[in-house]
Design a protein around this ligand. Structure first.
Ligand SMILES: Nc1ncnc2c1ncn2[C@@H]1O[C@H](COP(=O)(O)OP(=O)(O)OP(=O)(O)O)[C@@H](O)[C@H]1O
Ligand SMILES: [Mg+2]
Length: 327
């Protein structure tokens, strides 16, 4: 494949992206790529670093270190070209409440440097796409949250950007509008490359081809929702508490046939740790694990199986230190 073709197929790329607010590392070494036409879910609990990453991608602020590029244009050194290709729905959309939807869109087009003719052509199109027809003459201050969100999406797609970055697009809107907004986003995915941040798991399954789970500023898993669900739901998990040297225990148990992953969960008391052992669904490694531990003369204090839902896995991934399996 010619080099140029490869560059075009990666629309969003970050390398070792790190951002400090003062001494606080909001994101550390965030590296990922998004291919053209992909919808990437950015999943993480409050404070994970989703908005920070998005603000860097959209040129809102520079990273402390690392780099990011949109369609090959560095967001810092070639910010104008990068931003031209991005539509951004911020977490809090800075809408002007005393403007009508139509006037606001015209205003946004003007400050983005679109010419008047193009703005006039484009406004009815985005109003149609976002199904804002009934409200185009309504003051933004009078719109419900869901329609404000759609107005936010309308401004994001106005200049026909190739890349859309939507920060929690369905937060705070009622269930019916959530369904409609998701349909709208899904439709946008046909023409754009998208990153959407969310902390709602089903939303990710519905919309995204690939998911990045971010926690405390670090990427802890990257996979398709199906693989993630399968990896998580299709896994048999054994929880053990063992007295003994952590490193040896993990290394030894990883070598037990059938074991896919071993991670330390927590320190219980001095010298005693809990671990999670994953194996394929349908396998029962309890006896093998128990025998191995006893043969090594470590103290086995607890051993039980645990089955998990996707929600539980997400919680596990984002609340325990050493369960970063499957990266
Ligand atoms: N301007 C700032 N100054 C200092 N710390 C900040 C600033 N903005 C964000 N942070 C901190 O950086 C971390 C990441 O914040 P960020 O807003 O990126 O998270 P998020 O994943 O978008 O969370 P949420 O789901 O709540 O929107 C948090 O601990 C937050 O408190
Ligand atoms: Mg946020």
């Amino acid at each position: 494949m010619p080099k140029g073709a490869w560059v075009v197929s990666v629309m969003i790329e970050t390398k070792g992206l790190t951002k400090y607010y003062g001494d606080f590392p909001a994101i550390t070494d965030v590296t990922f790529q998004v291919e053209k036409g992909e919808i990437l879910g950015f999943l993480g609990p409050n404070g994970a670093g989703k908005t920070t990453t998005m603000k860097i991608l959209t040129g809102f602020m520079p990273p402390t270190s690392g780099s990011a590029a949109i369609a090959g244009y560095d967001v810092v050194t070639n910010s104008l070209e990068a931003r031209r290709r991005i539509g951004y729905l911020p977490e809090t959309v800075p809408l002007y409440t005393d403007m009508t939807v139509e006037d606001y869109l015209e205003f946004m087009g003007t400050i983005r440097g679109m010419n008047k003719k193009r703005i006039r052509q484009r406004i009815p199109e985005v109003i149609e796409i976002c199904r804002l027809g009934e409200y185009q003459g309504t003051l933004i201050g009078k719109l419900s949250k869901g329609f404000r969100q759609r107005t936010g999406i309308a401004q994001a797609i106005l200049h026909e950007p190739e890349v859309l970055i939507l920060d929690e697009p369905t937060i705070g809107i009622d269930p019916i509008q959530v369904v409609e907004t998701r349909q709208l986003i899904k439709g946008l995915g046909k023409e754009h490359t998208l990153i959407i941040s969310t902390h709602i798991l089903p939303e990710v399954s519905m919309l995204c081809q690939r998911v990045i789970i971010i926690h405390e500023g670090q990427v802890i898993a990257v996979d398709s929702p199906e693989n993630l669900a399968q990896r998580l739901q299709g896994t048999e998990r054994i929880i053990i508490e063992v007295r003994g040297p952590s490193r040896d225990i993990i290394a030894t148990l990883r070598n037990v046939p059938g074991v896919q992953n071993v991670g330390r969960i927590a320190t219980i008391t001095d010298g005693v740790n809990s671990y999670a052992i994953d194996s394929k669904r349908g396998t029962d490694l309890r006896e093998k694990i128990a025998t191995t531990i006893v043969q090594k003369s470590w103290g086995l204090l607890r051993l039980e199986t645990e089955s998990m839902t996707l929600e539980e896995i997400f919680l596990k991934l984002t609340t325990s230190e050493d369960l970063k399996g499957g990266q």
